[in-house]
Design a protein around this ligand. Sequence first.
Ligand SMILES: [Zn+2]
Length: 80
Amino acid sequence: MEVSCHEIWREISNYLDNDVDPRLRERMERHFASCRHCAALIDSTHNMLVLIGDNRAFAIPADFGKRLYGKLAAHLASSR
Ligand SMILES: [Zn+2]
């Protein structure tokens, strides 16, 4: 079964925490391979988390999250 962009973004924090069922993880990865928009968003989210893990969280622009979720909202609206 294909996961939708909506499901991806509902599970995204679990995915990044390595906290999703392996089968769901596989389906999500298949989605990233076929959905350029989600792939780009997960890339930037992942980069952000790498920075945080590196103790450089404060170097992240304050509006990063807002811009990310703005893009996400636009994507979900257009895929409805
Ligand atoms: Zn998608």
